[in-house]
Write a new protein. Structure first.
Length: 81
């Protein structure tokens, strides 16, 4: 999971940097360019983290649902997983 998160974060950061370089309105100084790039990368990392968290939650819910369905199928008394 950590490798996937790192890869996703890296790809999003790279995409953000490339998208930044394609913009028409360019910052005037090198400092402004760095600040803008850091902000964009930070936003991309945050978005990637949220998506990974949502995917993990969805996977956990799917596993729990499957477990409950199996327990219902075998008529288990305790249907919670």
């Amino acid at each position: 999971m950590n490798k996937l998160k790192f890869l996703t974060t890296s790809l999003i950061a790279l995409t953000a940097v490339l998208a930044l370089s394609a913009c028409d309105s360019k910052p005037e100084t090198a400092g402004e360019k760095v600040d803008e790039a850091i902000t964009d990368v930070g936003n991309a990392v945050e978005d990637a983290g949220e998506k990974v968290g949502e995917a993990a939650t969805d996977a956990g819910n799917a596993i729990e649902d499957a477990c409950e369905n199996i327990k219902e199928g075998v008529k288990a008394k305790d249907k919670d997983c």
